[in-house]
Design a protein around this ligand. Structure first.
Ligand code: AMP
Length: 170
């Protein structure tokens, strides 16, 4: 896709030594490229086949909410600790540079039967696996993952038994 790669800047040794951090925020500074990307992501089969999408805090929200509007799909959020009110379901996970936990509002998750997960970047797959487990534990289906970037060397997709659609790989 035009210019997408040049809009993703790499910061070495951020947020810790040895990590090559891919900063996707340049994409939203170019509305033409952002629009083209959102149109492609929204028309993907994974999004079309899902009843709703779940996007992941925080950069996943940027892409998830634009896809939600374009594809007319309801959006839920998976958030970091202490952010969501009401009854939540929660799971701990490891990502490329640390560990954390993610929560989803139980009542929201009960409303729909199948979900597409949306995030900015797939690295080791720990984050997506966490969200997929929360969905499955609630008896709901994971249709697949739609992500802007995929870091191929870390082979995150090998953790999943659902399709992964990425739009730029490194
Ligand atoms: P992982 O769980 O290892 O697949 O990590 C994915 C999550 O962590 C995504 O939500 C990314 O925003 C963030 N992340 C992990 N590694 C990187 C990286 N090299 N550059 C930018 N974001 C990253």
């Amino acid at each position: 896709m035009k210019n997408l790669e040049s809009l993703i800047k790499t910061y070495n040794d951020f947020p810790q030594k040895g990590i090559a951090f891919k900063d996707v925020l340049g994409i939203i500074q170019d509305p033409e490229v952002f629009r083209e990307l959102i149109l492609k992501m929204s028309s993907n089969k994974v999004i079309k086949d899902a009843e709703a999408i779940i996007s992941i805090e925080a950069r996943g929200f940027i892409f998830g909410s634009a896809i939600s509007l374009q594809a007319s799909k309801p959006m839920l959020v998976a958030r970091k600790p202490g952010k969501l009110p009401g009854e939540i379901i929660k799971e701990n996970y490891y990502l490329e540079y640390g560990k954390s936990s993610l929560s989803i509002q139980k009542e929201s998750l009960e409303k729909f039967n199948s979900y597409a997960i949306v995030d900015d970047l797939l690295a080791t797959g720990g984050t997506i696996n966490c969200v997929a487990n929360l969905i499955k534990k609630s008896g709901k289906d994971v249709i697949g993952l739609v992500t802007v970037v995929e870091l191929l060397k870390l082979n995150g997709r090998s953790k999943f038994n659902f399709p992964v659609e990425s739009f730029i790989t490194f």
